[in-house]
Design a protein around this ligand. Structure first.
Ligand SMILES: Nc1ncnc2c1ncn2[C@@H]1O[C@H](COP(=O)(O)OP(=O)(O)OP(=O)(O)O)[C@@H](O)[C@H]1O
Ligand SMILES: [Mg+2]
Length: 356
């Protein structure tokens, strides 16, 4: 099996390192199209960090989050013996901190966990984390908290939405206490759009876009894996710089065949989605209510991509939201631009639109 090395991301890595070199002041939101390499970037950067940073990386992707308790459980990590019993002897925060490795959930013991779950109050969990981070700081190290796929908690409620309680906590950790760096990673551009327009976060966060590779970076990648000039052209024209596709193409013997297969599959998926919308209609949750998705308006949005890959969107409609939720379109609220999630999506949309 071919081993694919971490490729480039010099600019983004530099930016993250510069943030980490300064004292924490703002929350950093890392966003971008799906499969653009956000998680890969963050995990690679963590690996390369010097030991003075203690990173708590929590990926919510695989967690089942239907309640506040689920969320709290996903943050913490209890140390177990090999027989499944809880590890003994970690009574104090200092003892818990002494065992943290570079990347882990937040360490906790049974007694603290009982406190954290008491009364169903996020405040308990947050004050525990602050105390633990202070303990990390006391050992001369810098805590870094990273939450990947944070949009998953969007619907969890505790006296209002948990996400707001959490943002206040992040503001506390950064701007108020300067205690920990906080990174929030998400591939949900509608979530970023909401955050961007959220009054409580104005001036309290920064955004870092992790896009698909640009053309030069993509061609470098092809060179590294021995693509000939025809393969390079085919691959760039069809897949653009989407890392996940590039890795797939580097794996196969026949790039042309793979590219054609990918395009066929994506075209049929997009076509199927539109057919089903036309035939059965769809309602989606939008701005707090259920809205019908109007087929003609979806077609209108997609037809904008016929000539231009990037176009300004003005404001989000249920139809744009529907296309984003189905991973066809990505919206960048900072640039107020919408574009296909990938070049493959753009080609698939153009193919489908020929018959509409
Ligand atoms: N810089 C890179 N070098 C080499 N391969 C990469 C790089 N970035 C991403 N990849 C490849 O692309 C795949 C998808 O990347 P990753 O999961 O990091 O994307 P993501 O943006 O986090 O996706 P999602 O939107 O689903 O959260 C990785 O599993 C890896 O194979
Ligand atoms: Mg990811």
């Amino acid at each position: 099996m071919r081993n694919i090395e971490f490729h480039n991301r010099e600019r983004e890595t530099k930016e993250i390192r510069a943030i980490l070199d300064n004292r924490p002041t703002l929350i950093t939101f890392i966003y971008g199209p799906i499969n653009s390499g956000k998680t890969e970037l963050i995990t690679h950067t963590i690996k390369e960090l010097p030991d003075e940073y203690v990173v708590f990386y929590i990926n919510l992707r695989t967690k089942f989050l239907s309640s506040y308790d689920d969320f709290i459980e996903s943050l913490f990590e209890m140390e177990m013996e090999s027989d499944g019993a809880l590890k003994k002897g970690k009574e104090t925060l200092a003892e818990l901190v002494s065992s943290v490795t570079k990347v882990a959930g937040i360490p906790i013991n049974k007694a603290f966990l009982d406190y954290v779950f008491k009364d169903n109050k996020p405040k308990n969990a947050f004050s525990y984390i602050i105390k633990l981070f202070e303990e990390v700081k006391a050992t001369g190290k810098q805590p870094v908290l990273i939450l990947d796929e944070l949009q998953k908690i969007g619907d969890v409620k505790v006296n209002g939405f948990l996400v707001y309680e959490l943002f206040n906590f992040f503001i506390d950790l950064t701007k108020e206490l300067h205690l920990a760096h906080v990174f929030v990673v998400t591939s949900d551009s509608l979530f970023i759009e909401q955050i961007y327009n959220e009054a409580m976060l104005q001036g309290r966060c920064r955004y870092l876009l992790v896009n698909d590779f640009d053309k030069d970076t993509t061609l470098d990648f092809f060179d590294m894996y021995g693509f000939d000039s025809m393969e390079k052209e085919l691959a760039w024209n069809c897949c653009g710089g989407k890392p996940v596709y590039l890795v797939e193409l580097a794996r196969v013997d026949d790039v042309g065949e793979m590219v054609a297969k990918m395009l066929k599959i994506r075209t049929s998926q997009v076509g199927e989605l539109l057919n089903s919308l036309e035939a059965y209609g769809v309602e989606i949750e939008f701005r707090g209510g259920l809205h019908e998705v109007v087929y003609d308006k979806v077609v209108e949005e997609l037809s904008k991509l016929k000539d231009n890959a990037d176009c300004e969107y003005g404001y989000i409609t249920p139809e744009i939201s529907y296309l984003v939720k189905n991973n066809i379109i990505f919206v960048d609220p900072l640039a107020m631009v919408m574009k296909p999630q990938s070049k493959l999506d753009m080609l698939a949309v153009r193919e489908v639109m020929k018959d509409v």
